[in-house]
Design a protein around this ligand. Structure first.
Ligand SMILES: *[C@@H]1O[C@H](CO)[C@@H](O)[C@H](O)[C@H]1NC(C)=O
Ligand SMILES: *[C@@H]1O[C@H](CO)[C@@H](O)[C@H](O)[C@H]1NC(C)=O
Ligand SMILES: *[C@@H]1O[C@H](CO)[C@@H](O)[C@H](O)[C@H]1NC(C)=O
Length: 597
């Protein structure tokens, strides 16, 4: 017994050894030229902070779903996936026609980022699908093709962001945090628990982006995190294929042997360490959490962890769906679902349960949503269902918890692939107070020791999880395996909520969405480039900040006309708000007016 407990104790001990040297941070004056560049991009003019060799701007890029297709031919036919025949396939790709991205679209997108964003951002969240779809029998995808293209895309980004002034290849000018897409693997959607050939190859391909001390963890499941502001902020890359219902190699997140269960064991250890260090975290991945995409057992764990770590987690950043929108996730519904599943829960949702009314939602598994190549169909209907069944079910302010903390928000950004038009998003966050936080930061414990501890701990959990539970309850089971390690402890009441809920350092302040007007660019009316599509604080949305409460208010307004047709049904401002939001969902491609359903 003692032998089994020992590795758990070790987990608490590594924090005692302190090594990292102190940091020196100070605000840098922005030059006039840099300020006008920022204005031209509708970004906020703000002095960056220099810390040791790094400059922190308070901004990052989210890019997703590039889907470059090496067989794309301009002038070919969309009926042949733009691989052959004669047709209107444009030089940079065309919105809605259903083909993947020409290599030139990827190349010019990277050039644009290089020219306009590289010196203005702190890191890049890059949420996968860097391979063409498996949609043409005449051009089958092989495992080799997939590794090659992953390598090509990673290599191009590495060339753009490598730091010429250092011999350490992992020391990039701008950190990149990749995550695995369902088309980045062979065959698509299928991903087995690691270590496998695929996890080893992906580690090699992403070797410059993944900290070396996370090799073992990465080989288990292609997940890892990166500290993007030293001692303060990390980006966690989740392998969502283990949570994804379309992956036939995984069952759910409640069975101990399943990789989704292991993923939450790992996430639990990471989040606990982040809290102990006072760090904040963005969760990122390819497939966004909702009832169509995730197995219900995985979805509710995702939501419950986000809720109990609402002092640490800022939110979630995802791709995959190509449709620009946001998803509020209800912790109360997740706890109710957990209770209904007959799982022994460690505790129930601790918010206000009194005064029930009909805005309670149940988490129910919905038919999976298939995202494949080809012309997108029925997406207006999909957004109508988001409006009525997701935004329309957001609880009233009084019942959403202090600062809306009943909810966490997952953000789905527009893709580069022209399912609609290509899009990119730049987030801006609060850096007030950051310089002094960095200067006064206690030297933090060494990550190497943390990871050595994590490796030991995960190996120990494997021995526990591998016990055959069908043989009846033994002493061993009683002590070690009854408790579900993948349910979080309650958030201690004395820890205040984090940057997603009250204004503080790292609170997301606004984002700006950019898009390519492909029709005009292909017609030669405009040079290639990303232009401003909208910002969250512009005339349409007026969002002062991007706290969860701001998103809940927006969601309630978007749904008001369908929820209260008598009261809000013919308010022209609310109707206009929805129309504009829908136009943005489809990246200004006019999809909603073209009769695709
Ligand atoms: C974006 O920036 C441009 C250039 O500064 C400006 O003309 C435009 O009004 C801005 N748009 C919005 C919506 O703020
Ligand atoms: C774009 O393509 C050109 C020509 O092949 C190449 O020289 C350049 O490095 C590419 N740019 C990026 C960012 O990959
Ligand atoms: C930004 O952070 C500072 C320092 O924590 C805080 O006082 C301020 O209210 C925050 N502002 C916003 C808009 O988040």
């Amino acid at each position: 017994m003692l032998k089994l407990i020992a590795p758990v104790l070790a987990l608490y001990l590594w924090a005692c050894s302190v090594t990292a040297p102190g940091l020196t941070a100070s605000e840098v004056r922005l030059e006039a030229a840099a300020a006008s560049d920022l204005q031209a991009l509708n970004l906020t003019v703000r002095n960056p902070i220099a810390v040791n060799n790094q400059v922190i701007h308070g901004r990052f890029l989210h890019i997703t779903d590039i889907h470059p297709d090496e067989f794309y031919r301009p002038g070919s036919s969309p009926d042949k996936m733009c691989h052959g025949g004669h047709g209107d396939a444009g030089r940079y790709g065309d919105a809605i026609l259903g083909c993947d991205s020409p290599l030139e679209l990827m190349n010019q997108t990277f050039e644009w980022i290089n020219t306009h964003l590289k010196d203005k951002i702190d890191f890049i969240v890059w949420t996968g699908d860097n391979i063409r779809h498996d949609n043409d029998r005449n051009f089958p995808r092989t495992e080799m093709n997939i590794f090659d293209m992953n390598e090509h895309v990673s290599g191009s980004l590495y060339e753009l962001f490598k730091n010429p002034d250092t011999s350490n290849p992992r020391n990039l000018v701008v950190d990149l945090i990749p995550s695995l897409g369902n088309n980045d693997v062979y065959p698509h959607n299928l991903f087995a628990p690691g270590p496998t050939l695929q996890t080893r190859e992906m580690y090699k391909i992403w070797s410059h982006f993944i900290p070396q001390n996370q090799l073992h963890i990465f080989n288990r499941g292609a997940y890892f995190f990166r500290e993007v502001v030293p001692g303060q902020l990390a980006v966690v890359s989740i392998n969502t294929l283990y949570l994804f219902r379309s992956n036939p190699l995984v069952d759910n997140c409640d069975r101990r042997k399943d990789p989704g269960y292991k993923l939450f064991e790992w996430l639990g250890v990471v989040l606990k360490e982040m809290r102990a260090r006072g760090m904040k975290v963005w969760l990122t991945g390819h497939v966004p959490p909702n009832e169509k995409n995730y197995d219900i057992s995985c979805l509710r764990k995702y939501i419950i962890w986000s809720y109990e770590y609402r002092d640490v987690i800022i939110g979630g950043l995802y791709g995959h769906m190509n449709i620009d929108h946001f998803i509020p996730l209800d912790s109360r519904a997740a706890y109710r679902s957990l209770a209904g599943s007959g799982k022994v829960s460690v505790a129930d949702w601790d918010g206000d349960e009194s005064d029930d009314d009909d805005d309670d939602v149940d988490l129910v598994q919905q038919p999976p949503m298939r995202i494949a190549g080809g012309t997108p169909l029925n997406k207006v209907r999909y957004m109508d269902s988001v409006r009525s069944d997701v935004y329309g079910k957001i609880a009233k302010r009084r019942k959403s918890g202090p600062h809306g903390d009943r909810y966490t928000v997952a953000h789905v950004t527009a893709s580069v692939i022209p399912t609609f038009n290509p899009g990119l998003r730049v987030w801006e966050y609060n850096t007030t107070g950051l310089a002094s936080m960095l200067n006064n930061q206690p030297a933090s414990a060494n990550w190497d020791q943390f990871f050595a501890g994590v490796d030991r701990h995960m190996a120990y959990l494997d021995t526990v999880d591998d016990v055959d539970h069908t043989r009846g309850v033994s002493m061993f089971d009683y002590f070690s395996s009854r408790k579900d390690n993948t349910l979080p402890p309650k958030k201690p009441a004395d820890i205040p909520v984090g940057p997603a809920y009250t204004p503080q350092t790292f609170t997301p302040l606004r984002y700006t969405q950019y898009y390519v007007d492909l029709a005009s660019v292909n017609a030669g009316k405009k040079p290639f480039g990303y232009e401003h599509e909208y910002s969250t604080d512009d005339r349409t949305y007026h969002m002062e900040s991007l706290l969860v409460e701001n998103w809940l208010s927006l969601g309630r307004s978007l749904a008001a006309p369908v929820k209260n047709p008598v009261k809000a049904g013919d308010d022209p401002a609310l109707a206009q708000l929805w129309d504009t939001f829908l136009a943005h969902s489809f990246v200004d491609s006019d999809y909603e007016n073209l009769g695709y359903g």
